[in-house]
Design a protein around this ligand. Structure first.
Ligand code: SAH
Ligand code: SF4
Ligand code: F3S
Length: 502
Protein backbone atom coordinates (compact mmCIF):
# COMPACT_ATOMS: atom_id res chain seq x y z
CA UNK A 1 0.00 0.00 0.00
CA UNK A 2 1.28 3.46 -0.82
CA UNK A 3 0.01 6.86 0.25
CA UNK A 4 -1.14 9.07 -2.62
CA UNK A 5 1.42 11.82 -1.91
CA UNK A 6 4.32 9.37 -2.18
CA UNK A 7 2.89 7.91 -5.37
CA UNK A 8 2.54 11.37 -6.94
CA UNK A 9 6.20 12.10 -6.22
CA UNK A 10 7.24 8.86 -7.91
CA UNK A 11 4.96 9.45 -10.90
CA UNK A 12 6.54 12.88 -11.48
CA UNK A 13 9.90 11.21 -12.06
CA UNK A 14 8.52 8.87 -14.75
CA UNK A 15 8.95 9.81 -18.43
CA UNK A 16 6.42 8.00 -20.62
CA UNK A 17 8.72 8.39 -23.66
CA UNK A 18 10.98 5.81 -21.99
CA UNK A 19 10.23 2.10 -22.27
CA UNK A 20 8.23 0.62 -19.39
CA UNK A 21 10.57 -0.60 -16.61
CA UNK A 22 10.70 -4.37 -16.04
CA UNK A 23 10.88 -4.28 -12.23
CA UNK A 24 7.77 -4.15 -10.04
CA UNK A 25 6.18 -2.04 -8.69
CA UNK A 26 7.96 0.61 -10.89
CA UNK A 27 6.46 -0.98 -14.00
CA UNK A 28 2.96 -0.53 -12.61
CA UNK A 29 3.65 3.11 -11.61
CA UNK A 30 4.63 3.70 -15.25
CA UNK A 31 1.34 2.18 -16.45
CA UNK A 32 -0.67 4.13 -13.87
CA UNK A 33 0.74 7.32 -15.42
CA UNK A 34 0.04 6.05 -18.94
CA UNK A 35 -3.50 4.97 -18.03
CA UNK A 36 -4.16 8.44 -16.59
CA UNK A 37 -3.37 9.97 -19.99
CA UNK A 38 -5.77 7.57 -21.72
CA UNK A 39 -8.63 8.09 -19.24
CA UNK A 40 -8.11 11.86 -19.31
CA UNK A 41 -8.36 11.86 -23.14
CA UNK A 42 -11.51 9.68 -23.00
CA UNK A 43 -13.07 12.04 -20.43
CA UNK A 44 -12.31 15.06 -22.63
CA UNK A 45 -13.99 13.34 -25.59
CA UNK A 46 -17.07 12.65 -23.50
CA UNK A 47 -17.05 16.00 -21.72
CA UNK A 48 -17.43 14.29 -18.33
CA UNK A 49 -15.59 12.14 -15.84
CA UNK A 50 -15.44 8.41 -16.68
CA UNK A 51 -17.24 6.26 -14.08
CA UNK A 52 -16.45 2.76 -12.80
CA UNK A 53 -18.23 0.19 -10.67
CA UNK A 54 -16.80 -2.87 -8.92
CA UNK A 55 -19.00 -5.89 -8.11
CA UNK A 56 -17.41 -8.31 -5.67
CA UNK A 57 -18.40 -11.93 -5.02
CA UNK A 58 -16.95 -14.37 -2.50
CA UNK A 59 -14.80 -14.04 0.58
CA UNK A 60 -12.74 -11.39 2.37
CA UNK A 61 -9.79 -12.13 0.07
CA UNK A 62 -11.81 -10.97 -2.89
CA UNK A 63 -13.11 -7.95 -0.96
CA UNK A 64 -9.50 -7.00 -0.24
CA UNK A 65 -8.48 -7.53 -3.88
CA UNK A 66 -11.36 -5.30 -4.98
CA UNK A 67 -10.06 -2.50 -2.74
CA UNK A 68 -6.76 -2.75 -4.62
CA UNK A 69 -8.51 -2.68 -8.00
CA UNK A 70 -10.61 0.34 -6.95
CA UNK A 71 -7.45 2.05 -5.65
CA UNK A 72 -5.94 1.78 -9.14
CA UNK A 73 -9.13 2.88 -10.92
CA UNK A 74 -9.42 6.00 -8.74
CA UNK A 75 -5.76 6.75 -9.21
CA UNK A 76 -5.99 6.72 -12.97
CA UNK A 77 -9.00 9.04 -13.03
CA UNK A 78 -12.22 7.03 -12.74
CA UNK A 79 -15.01 8.20 -10.49
CA UNK A 80 -16.31 5.18 -8.57
CA UNK A 81 -20.10 4.74 -8.49
CA UNK A 82 -22.32 1.89 -7.32
CA UNK A 83 -24.15 1.25 -10.56
CA UNK A 84 -23.44 -1.28 -13.29
CA UNK A 85 -24.29 1.31 -15.95
CA UNK A 86 -20.80 2.81 -15.34
CA UNK A 87 -18.29 3.28 -18.18
CA UNK A 88 -16.24 0.42 -16.73
CA UNK A 89 -17.58 -2.39 -14.61
CA UNK A 90 -15.48 -5.13 -13.07
CA UNK A 91 -16.77 -8.40 -11.64
CA UNK A 92 -14.38 -9.91 -9.09
CA UNK A 93 -15.67 -13.48 -9.12
CA UNK A 94 -15.83 -16.47 -6.76
CA UNK A 95 -16.10 -20.13 -7.72
CA UNK A 96 -16.21 -21.89 -4.34
CA UNK A 97 -19.73 -23.20 -5.07
CA UNK A 98 -21.57 -23.41 -8.38
CA UNK A 99 -24.21 -20.84 -7.38
CA UNK A 100 -21.43 -18.21 -7.19
CA UNK A 101 -20.65 -18.92 -10.87
CA UNK A 102 -24.30 -18.81 -11.88
CA UNK A 103 -24.72 -15.38 -10.30
CA UNK A 104 -21.86 -14.02 -12.44
CA UNK A 105 -23.36 -15.43 -15.66
CA UNK A 106 -26.65 -13.80 -14.66
CA UNK A 107 -24.93 -10.40 -14.23
CA UNK A 108 -23.20 -10.79 -17.59
CA UNK A 109 -26.52 -11.29 -19.39
CA UNK A 110 -27.75 -8.08 -17.79
CA UNK A 111 -24.63 -6.04 -18.55
CA UNK A 112 -24.62 -7.19 -22.19
CA UNK A 113 -27.84 -5.24 -22.72
CA UNK A 114 -26.23 -2.15 -21.20
CA UNK A 115 -23.20 -2.51 -23.46
CA UNK A 116 -25.46 -2.65 -26.52
CA UNK A 117 -26.72 0.85 -25.60
CA UNK A 118 -23.20 2.12 -24.73
CA UNK A 119 -20.61 0.33 -26.90
CA UNK A 120 -17.76 2.34 -25.27
CA UNK A 121 -18.53 0.56 -21.99
CA UNK A 122 -15.76 -1.76 -20.75
CA UNK A 123 -16.58 -5.05 -19.05
CA UNK A 124 -13.82 -6.62 -16.94
CA UNK A 125 -13.82 -10.08 -15.33
CA UNK A 126 -11.30 -11.20 -12.74
CA UNK A 127 -10.97 -13.34 -9.62
CA UNK A 128 -11.14 -17.03 -8.78
CA UNK A 129 -13.64 -18.16 -11.43
CA UNK A 130 -11.32 -16.90 -14.18
CA UNK A 131 -8.62 -19.38 -13.11
CA UNK A 132 -10.77 -22.21 -14.53
CA UNK A 133 -10.05 -22.95 -18.22
CA UNK A 134 -13.64 -24.14 -18.81
CA UNK A 135 -14.97 -20.76 -17.68
CA UNK A 136 -12.67 -18.88 -20.07
CA UNK A 137 -13.84 -21.11 -22.95
CA UNK A 138 -17.47 -20.40 -22.10
CA UNK A 139 -16.92 -16.63 -21.90
CA UNK A 140 -15.06 -16.59 -25.22
CA UNK A 141 -17.90 -18.50 -26.83
CA UNK A 142 -20.99 -17.00 -25.24
CA UNK A 143 -19.95 -13.61 -23.79
CA UNK A 144 -17.62 -12.25 -26.46
CA UNK A 145 -18.48 -8.64 -25.50
CA UNK A 146 -16.22 -8.92 -22.42
CA UNK A 147 -13.16 -6.63 -22.85
CA UNK A 148 -10.66 -7.89 -20.29
CA UNK A 149 -10.16 -11.07 -18.25
CA UNK A 150 -7.45 -11.70 -15.69
CA UNK A 151 -7.04 -14.04 -12.73
CA UNK A 152 -6.03 -14.02 -9.08
CA UNK A 153 -2.24 -13.96 -9.51
CA UNK A 154 -1.85 -10.77 -11.55
CA UNK A 155 -4.30 -8.27 -10.09
CA UNK A 156 -1.37 -5.97 -9.36
CA UNK A 157 -1.07 -5.54 -13.17
CA UNK A 158 -4.49 -3.89 -13.44
CA UNK A 159 -3.14 -0.51 -14.69
CA UNK A 160 -1.05 -2.26 -17.35
CA UNK A 161 -4.04 -4.35 -18.43
CA UNK A 162 -6.27 -1.27 -18.62
CA UNK A 163 -3.76 0.37 -20.96
CA UNK A 164 -3.78 -2.80 -23.12
CA UNK A 165 -7.60 -2.89 -23.07
CA UNK A 166 -8.00 0.71 -24.27
CA UNK A 167 -5.43 0.03 -27.05
CA UNK A 168 -7.20 -3.07 -28.39
CA UNK A 169 -10.50 -3.91 -30.04
CA UNK A 170 -10.52 -7.56 -29.03
CA UNK A 171 -10.89 -9.37 -25.73
CA UNK A 172 -7.69 -9.39 -23.64
CA UNK A 173 -7.06 -12.51 -21.56
CA UNK A 174 -4.17 -12.71 -19.09
CA UNK A 175 -4.35 -15.71 -16.74
CA UNK A 176 -1.37 -17.13 -14.85
CA UNK A 177 -1.39 -20.67 -13.51
CA UNK A 178 0.49 -19.76 -10.33
CA UNK A 179 3.01 -17.26 -9.00
CA UNK A 180 5.55 -16.91 -6.22
CA UNK A 181 5.59 -13.14 -6.60
CA UNK A 182 4.09 -10.71 -4.07
CA UNK A 183 4.08 -7.11 -5.30
CA UNK A 184 3.98 -4.54 -2.50
CA UNK A 185 3.36 -0.78 -2.48
CA UNK A 186 0.47 -0.34 -4.86
CA UNK A 187 -2.42 2.01 -4.11
CA UNK A 188 -5.62 0.70 -2.49
CA UNK A 189 -8.93 2.33 -1.66
CA UNK A 190 -10.34 1.26 1.69
CA UNK A 191 -14.06 0.68 2.09
CA UNK A 192 -13.98 1.71 5.76
CA UNK A 193 -11.84 4.48 7.27
CA UNK A 194 -11.52 2.77 10.65
CA UNK A 195 -11.05 -0.93 9.85
CA UNK A 196 -9.21 -2.84 7.18
CA UNK A 197 -8.35 -6.32 5.98
CA UNK A 198 -4.62 -7.03 5.66
CA UNK A 199 -3.34 -9.98 3.62
CA UNK A 200 -0.76 -11.98 5.53
CA UNK A 201 -0.61 -14.90 3.12
CA UNK A 202 -1.95 -15.98 -0.23
CA UNK A 203 -3.00 -19.36 -1.62
CA UNK A 204 -3.60 -22.67 0.13
CA UNK A 205 -1.74 -26.00 0.29
CA UNK A 206 -4.36 -28.02 2.14
CA UNK A 207 -6.29 -29.54 -0.74
CA UNK A 208 -9.44 -30.42 1.18
CA UNK A 209 -10.98 -32.87 -1.29
CA UNK A 210 -14.13 -30.77 -2.00
CA UNK A 211 -12.41 -27.40 -2.37
CA UNK A 212 -11.40 -25.51 -5.50
CA UNK A 213 -9.51 -22.72 -3.69
CA UNK A 214 -6.00 -24.29 -3.90
CA UNK A 215 -6.47 -24.64 -7.67
CA UNK A 216 -7.58 -21.05 -8.25
CA UNK A 217 -5.49 -19.26 -5.61
CA UNK A 218 -2.27 -21.24 -6.06
CA UNK A 219 0.34 -22.38 -3.56
CA UNK A 220 0.63 -20.96 -0.09
CA UNK A 221 2.99 -17.98 0.24
CA UNK A 222 3.39 -15.69 3.23
CA UNK A 223 4.05 -11.98 3.14
CA UNK A 224 7.17 -10.73 4.80
CA UNK A 225 6.34 -9.72 8.41
CA UNK A 226 8.09 -6.35 7.93
CA UNK A 227 5.75 -5.52 5.02
CA UNK A 228 2.71 -6.53 7.08
CA UNK A 229 3.75 -4.43 10.08
CA UNK A 230 4.61 -1.46 7.83
CA UNK A 231 1.18 -1.67 6.18
CA UNK A 232 -0.63 -1.84 9.53
CA UNK A 233 1.39 1.07 10.95
CA UNK A 234 0.44 3.14 7.93
CA UNK A 235 -3.22 2.15 8.30
CA UNK A 236 -3.18 3.14 11.98
CA UNK A 237 -1.61 6.51 11.10
CA UNK A 238 -4.59 7.02 8.78
CA UNK A 239 -7.14 6.30 11.54
CA UNK A 240 -7.63 2.52 11.35
CA UNK A 241 -8.31 0.96 14.78
CA UNK A 242 -9.15 -2.63 13.76
CA UNK A 243 -7.38 -4.97 11.35
CA UNK A 244 -8.44 -8.37 10.06
CA UNK A 245 -5.42 -10.51 9.13
CA UNK A 246 -6.40 -12.51 6.05
CA UNK A 247 -5.32 -15.92 4.79
CA UNK A 248 -6.99 -19.22 3.82
CA UNK A 249 -5.15 -20.88 6.69
CA UNK A 250 -3.53 -18.24 8.89
CA UNK A 251 -2.28 -20.89 11.31
CA UNK A 252 0.32 -22.02 8.82
CA UNK A 253 1.60 -18.46 8.33
CA UNK A 254 5.34 -18.06 7.93
CA UNK A 255 6.30 -21.55 6.81
CA UNK A 256 7.46 -20.37 3.37
CA UNK A 257 9.45 -17.36 4.61
CA UNK A 258 13.24 -17.23 4.29
CA UNK A 259 13.34 -16.71 8.05
CA UNK A 260 10.36 -18.81 9.18
CA UNK A 261 8.05 -17.28 11.76
CA UNK A 262 4.79 -18.65 13.16
CA UNK A 263 1.38 -16.99 13.30
CA UNK A 264 1.48 -16.58 17.08
CA UNK A 265 4.76 -14.66 16.74
CA UNK A 266 3.31 -12.44 14.03
CA UNK A 267 0.31 -11.66 16.25
CA UNK A 268 2.63 -10.59 19.06
CA UNK A 269 4.39 -8.19 16.69
CA UNK A 270 1.08 -6.76 15.48
CA UNK A 271 -0.07 -6.36 19.09
CA UNK A 272 2.87 -3.97 19.72
CA UNK A 273 1.60 -1.43 17.18
CA UNK A 274 0.59 1.64 19.11
CA UNK A 275 -2.84 3.05 18.31
CA UNK A 276 -4.14 -0.26 16.98
CA UNK A 277 -7.05 -1.34 19.18
CA UNK A 278 -8.40 -4.59 17.73
CA UNK A 279 -6.94 -7.55 15.85
CA UNK A 280 -9.02 -10.18 14.06
CA UNK A 281 -7.99 -12.99 11.74
CA UNK A 282 -9.55 -15.41 9.23
CA UNK A 283 -9.43 -18.38 8.68
CA UNK A 284 -7.98 -20.90 11.14
CA UNK A 285 -7.61 -24.53 10.11
CA UNK A 286 -8.16 -26.68 13.23
CA UNK A 287 -5.27 -29.01 12.38
CA UNK A 288 -2.73 -26.17 12.67
CA UNK A 289 -4.09 -24.26 15.66
CA UNK A 290 -1.27 -24.26 18.21
CA UNK A 291 -1.31 -24.06 22.01
CA UNK A 292 1.00 -21.06 21.63
CA UNK A 293 -1.71 -19.26 19.63
CA UNK A 294 -4.31 -19.97 22.32
CA UNK A 295 -1.98 -18.56 24.97
CA UNK A 296 -1.18 -15.47 22.88
CA UNK A 297 -4.92 -14.87 22.40
CA UNK A 298 -5.63 -15.45 26.08
CA UNK A 299 -3.21 -12.78 27.29
CA UNK A 300 -3.70 -10.32 24.46
CA UNK A 301 -5.41 -6.98 25.06
CA UNK A 302 -6.11 -6.46 21.36
CA UNK A 303 -6.92 -9.83 19.78
CA UNK A 304 -10.70 -10.09 19.54
CA UNK A 305 -12.60 -12.75 21.45
CA UNK A 306 -13.71 -14.53 18.30
CA UNK A 307 -12.41 -17.57 16.49
CA UNK A 308 -13.79 -18.91 13.23
CA UNK A 309 -12.92 -22.58 13.33
CA UNK A 310 -14.37 -24.43 10.32
CA UNK A 311 -15.63 -27.89 11.27
CA UNK A 312 -16.95 -28.96 7.82
CA UNK A 313 -18.25 -32.25 9.27
CA UNK A 314 -18.53 -33.92 12.67
CA UNK A 315 -18.11 -37.42 11.23
CA UNK A 316 -14.56 -38.75 11.40
CA UNK A 317 -15.24 -40.93 8.36
CA UNK A 318 -16.36 -37.94 6.27
CA UNK A 319 -13.54 -35.74 7.63
CA UNK A 320 -11.07 -38.36 6.38
CA UNK A 321 -12.68 -38.36 2.93
CA UNK A 322 -12.58 -34.56 3.01
CA UNK A 323 -8.83 -34.69 3.75
CA UNK A 324 -9.28 -32.37 6.73
CA UNK A 325 -6.67 -34.24 8.80
CA UNK A 326 -8.45 -34.19 12.18
CA UNK A 327 -11.04 -36.45 13.81
CA UNK A 328 -14.28 -35.51 15.55
CA UNK A 329 -12.60 -36.15 18.91
CA UNK A 330 -9.55 -34.02 18.08
CA UNK A 331 -11.77 -31.14 17.00
CA UNK A 332 -13.88 -31.36 20.16
CA UNK A 333 -10.80 -31.50 22.34
CA UNK A 334 -9.47 -28.37 20.65
CA UNK A 335 -12.79 -26.50 21.00
CA UNK A 336 -13.04 -27.45 24.71
CA UNK A 337 -9.45 -26.34 25.29
CA UNK A 338 -10.14 -22.95 23.66
CA UNK A 339 -13.34 -22.48 25.71
CA UNK A 340 -11.49 -23.46 28.90
CA UNK A 341 -8.58 -21.07 28.29
CA UNK A 342 -10.62 -18.16 26.91
CA UNK A 343 -14.12 -18.48 28.43
CA UNK A 344 -15.52 -15.29 26.89
CA UNK A 345 -14.59 -16.30 23.32
CA UNK A 346 -17.21 -16.71 20.63
CA UNK A 347 -16.76 -19.64 18.26
CA UNK A 348 -18.17 -19.73 14.75
CA UNK A 349 -17.81 -22.35 12.05
CA UNK A 350 -18.45 -23.55 8.48
CA UNK A 351 -20.24 -26.84 7.81
CA UNK A 352 -20.86 -28.69 4.54
CA UNK A 353 -23.87 -30.99 4.18
CA UNK A 354 -24.16 -33.52 1.34
CA UNK A 355 -20.50 -34.42 0.83
CA UNK A 356 -20.32 -37.59 -1.36
CA UNK A 357 -21.38 -40.63 0.65
CA UNK A 358 -22.57 -38.66 3.71
CA UNK A 359 -25.43 -40.45 5.49
CA UNK A 360 -28.02 -39.26 8.00
CA UNK A 361 -25.88 -40.92 10.70
CA UNK A 362 -22.89 -38.78 9.66
CA UNK A 363 -25.04 -35.66 9.93
CA UNK A 364 -26.06 -36.76 13.45
CA UNK A 365 -22.34 -36.68 14.33
CA UNK A 366 -22.14 -33.11 13.00
CA UNK A 367 -25.24 -32.13 15.01
CA UNK A 368 -23.62 -33.68 18.07
CA UNK A 369 -20.55 -31.43 17.64
CA UNK A 370 -22.77 -28.35 17.18
CA UNK A 371 -24.58 -29.17 20.42
CA UNK A 372 -21.35 -29.82 22.32
CA UNK A 373 -19.39 -26.80 21.06
CA UNK A 374 -22.38 -24.40 21.17
CA UNK A 375 -21.31 -22.18 18.29
CA UNK A 376 -22.27 -18.52 18.32
CA UNK A 377 -22.95 -18.85 14.62
CA UNK A 378 -22.42 -21.42 11.89
CA UNK A 379 -22.40 -21.00 8.12
CA UNK A 380 -23.96 -24.07 6.56
CA UNK A 381 -23.50 -24.98 2.90
CA UNK A 382 -24.86 -27.70 0.67
CA UNK A 383 -21.97 -29.51 -1.00
CA UNK A 384 -21.31 -28.28 -4.51
CA UNK A 385 -19.35 -30.48 -6.91
CA UNK A 386 -16.25 -28.66 -8.21
CA UNK A 387 -14.76 -30.19 -11.35
CA UNK A 388 -11.08 -31.05 -10.92
CA UNK A 389 -11.27 -31.69 -7.17
CA UNK A 390 -10.90 -35.28 -5.83
CA UNK A 391 -14.45 -35.26 -4.37
CA UNK A 392 -15.94 -34.58 -7.81
CA UNK A 393 -15.28 -38.18 -8.85
CA UNK A 394 -16.55 -39.76 -5.60
CA UNK A 395 -19.88 -41.58 -5.93
CA UNK A 396 -22.76 -39.81 -4.17
CA UNK A 397 -25.75 -42.13 -3.69
CA UNK A 398 -27.61 -39.76 -1.32
CA UNK A 399 -30.66 -38.16 -2.97
CA UNK A 400 -31.21 -34.39 -3.11
CA UNK A 401 -34.27 -34.75 -0.85
CA UNK A 402 -32.24 -36.58 1.80
CA UNK A 403 -29.51 -33.95 1.65
CA UNK A 404 -32.09 -31.18 2.00
CA UNK A 405 -33.69 -32.95 5.00
CA UNK A 406 -30.26 -33.40 6.63
CA UNK A 407 -29.47 -29.74 5.97
CA UNK A 408 -32.74 -28.56 7.53
CA UNK A 409 -32.21 -30.73 10.61
CA UNK A 410 -28.76 -29.29 11.12
CA UNK A 411 -29.95 -25.71 10.56
CA UNK A 412 -32.61 -26.03 13.26
CA UNK A 413 -29.97 -27.08 15.80
CA UNK A 414 -27.54 -24.35 14.66
CA UNK A 415 -30.22 -21.68 15.17
CA UNK A 416 -31.27 -23.05 18.53
CA UNK A 417 -27.74 -23.18 19.98
CA UNK A 418 -26.82 -19.77 18.54
CA UNK A 419 -29.92 -18.26 20.10
CA UNK A 420 -29.12 -19.80 23.49
CA UNK A 421 -25.54 -18.46 23.30
CA UNK A 422 -26.80 -15.07 22.11
CA UNK A 423 -28.47 -14.20 25.38
CA UNK A 424 -25.45 -14.80 27.56
CA UNK A 425 -24.18 -11.23 27.68
CA UNK A 426 -27.46 -9.41 28.35
CA UNK A 427 -27.07 -6.91 31.18
CA UNK A 428 -23.30 -6.62 30.70
CA UNK A 429 -21.42 -3.58 29.37
CA UNK A 430 -18.89 -4.15 26.60
CA UNK A 431 -16.83 -2.10 24.20
CA UNK A 432 -18.26 -1.78 20.73
CA UNK A 433 -16.61 -0.46 17.58
CA UNK A 434 -19.23 1.73 15.89
CA UNK A 435 -19.36 0.75 12.20
CA UNK A 436 -22.44 2.38 10.69
CA UNK A 437 -25.07 4.99 11.37
CA UNK A 438 -28.59 5.35 10.08
CA UNK A 439 -29.80 8.68 11.42
CA UNK A 440 -29.58 8.38 15.18
CA UNK A 441 -29.33 4.56 15.07
CA UNK A 442 -25.83 3.13 15.31
CA UNK A 443 -24.56 -0.37 14.56
CA UNK A 444 -21.35 -1.64 16.06
CA UNK A 445 -19.50 -4.86 16.73
CA UNK A 446 -18.46 -6.53 19.96
CA UNK A 447 -15.02 -8.06 20.29
CA UNK A 448 -16.97 -11.37 19.93
CA UNK A 449 -18.00 -10.18 16.43
CA UNK A 450 -21.70 -9.92 17.37
CA UNK A 451 -23.58 -6.87 16.11
CA UNK A 452 -25.13 -4.35 18.52
CA UNK A 453 -27.75 -1.73 17.59
CA UNK A 454 -28.13 1.35 19.78
CA UNK A 455 -29.00 5.05 19.69
CA UNK A 456 -26.19 7.57 19.30
CA UNK A 457 -24.60 10.34 17.27
CA UNK A 458 -23.34 9.53 13.75
CA UNK A 459 -20.03 11.22 14.72
CA UNK A 460 -19.24 8.12 16.75
CA UNK A 461 -18.72 5.94 13.65
CA UNK A 462 -15.16 4.59 13.86
CA UNK A 463 -14.97 5.05 17.65
CA UNK A 464 -14.92 2.39 20.35
CA UNK A 465 -17.60 3.08 22.97
CA UNK A 466 -19.04 1.23 25.98
CA UNK A 467 -22.51 -0.16 25.41
CA UNK A 468 -24.80 -1.90 27.90
CA UNK A 469 -26.42 -4.90 26.17
CA UNK A 470 -30.11 -4.69 26.98
CA UNK A 471 -31.82 -7.28 24.73
CA UNK A 472 -30.65 -10.32 22.76
CA UNK A 473 -32.17 -11.08 19.35
CA UNK A 474 -30.49 -14.23 18.07
CA UNK A 475 -27.44 -13.00 16.19
CA UNK A 476 -27.54 -9.39 17.45
CA UNK A 477 -28.16 -7.29 20.56
CA UNK A 478 -29.93 -4.05 21.32
CA UNK A 479 -27.98 -1.82 23.68
CA UNK A 480 -27.67 1.55 25.35
CA UNK A 481 -24.55 3.67 25.11
CA UNK A 482 -22.95 3.95 28.50
CA UNK A 483 -21.27 7.27 28.67
CA UNK A 484 -20.97 10.35 30.84
CA UNK A 485 -21.81 13.56 28.97
CA UNK A 486 -18.21 14.89 29.27
CA UNK A 487 -16.78 11.62 27.79
CA UNK A 488 -19.21 11.85 24.89
CA UNK A 489 -18.10 15.45 24.18
CA UNK A 490 -14.47 14.33 24.29
CA UNK A 491 -15.13 11.50 21.80
CA UNK A 492 -17.06 13.78 19.47
CA UNK A 493 -14.19 16.26 19.50
CA UNK A 494 -11.68 13.44 18.82
CA UNK A 495 -13.76 12.27 15.90
CA UNK A 496 -14.03 15.83 14.44
CA UNK A 497 -10.25 16.27 14.78
CA UNK A 498 -9.64 12.94 12.97
CA UNK A 499 -11.92 14.06 10.13
CA UNK A 500 -10.11 17.40 9.82
CA UNK A 501 -6.71 15.66 9.69
CA UNK A 502 -8.06 13.12 7.19
N1 SAH B 1 -9.98 -21.54 3.96
C1 SAH B 1 -11.17 -21.60 4.63
C2 SAH B 1 -12.41 -21.66 3.81
C3 SAH B 1 -12.52 -21.10 2.46
S1 SAH B 1 -13.97 -21.48 1.58
C4 SAH B 1 -11.13 -22.85 5.50
O1 SAH B 1 -10.36 -23.71 5.33
O2 SAH B 1 -11.97 -22.95 6.32
C5 SAH B 1 -15.27 -21.12 2.72
C6 SAH B 1 -16.16 -22.26 3.04
O3 SAH B 1 -16.84 -22.69 1.88
C7 SAH B 1 -15.46 -23.51 3.54
O4 SAH B 1 -15.13 -23.45 4.88
C8 SAH B 1 -16.47 -24.59 3.23
O5 SAH B 1 -17.35 -24.77 4.30
C9 SAH B 1 -17.23 -24.03 2.05
N2 SAH B 1 -16.93 -24.78 0.82
C10 SAH B 1 -15.75 -24.91 0.20
N3 SAH B 1 -15.87 -25.71 -0.88
C11 SAH B 1 -17.17 -26.09 -0.95
C12 SAH B 1 -17.93 -26.93 -1.82
N4 SAH B 1 -17.37 -27.54 -2.85
N5 SAH B 1 -19.25 -27.07 -1.58
C13 SAH B 1 -19.85 -26.46 -0.53
N6 SAH B 1 -19.19 -25.67 0.33
C14 SAH B 1 -17.86 -25.49 0.14
FE1 SF4 C 1 -10.26 -24.90 0.83
FE2 SF4 C 1 -9.39 -26.46 2.74
FE3 SF4 C 1 -7.78 -24.58 1.73
FE4 SF4 C 1 -9.86 -23.88 3.23
S1 SF4 C 1 -8.08 -25.06 3.90
S2 SF4 C 1 -9.26 -22.97 1.28
S3 SF4 C 1 -11.40 -25.41 2.70
S4 SF4 C 1 -8.55 -26.37 0.67
FE1 F3S D 1 -14.48 -17.66 -3.50
FE2 F3S D 1 -12.00 -17.34 -4.23
FE3 F3S D 1 -12.73 -16.66 -1.81
S1 F3S D 1 -13.28 -19.07 -4.74
S2 F3S D 1 -14.40 -18.05 -1.37
S3 F3S D 1 -13.44 -15.73 -3.66
S4 F3S D 1 -10.76 -17.51 -2.41
Amino acid sequence: MIKNKELEMILETIDLRDDAPTDEPMRQYYFIKKAREIICAESEKLGRCLTADGETFGCQMNAKDSEKLIGILENIGFEMIEDESADLVFYNTCTVRDNANQRVYGRLGFVNNMKKKNPQKKVVLCGCMMQEPSVIEKIQKSYSFVDLIFGTHNIYKFAELIVAMYSSDSMIIDIWEDTNQIVEDLPAQRKYAFKSGVNIMYGCNNFCSYCIVPYVRGRERSRNPKDIIREIEKLVSEGVVEVMLLGQNVNSYGKTLEEPMCFAQLLQEVEKIEGLERIRFMTSHPKDLSDELIQVMKYSKKICRHLHLPLQSGSTRILKAMNRRYTKEQYLELAYKIRREIPDISLTTDIIVGFPGETAADVEETIDVVQKVQYDNAFTFIYSKRTGTPAATMPNPTSEEEIKANFDRLLTVVHKTAEERGGRMVGETHSVLVEESDGSKLTGRLSQNTLVHFEGDACLVGQIVDVKLTEAHGFYYFGKINMQEHCLQELLQKSMKKKLIG
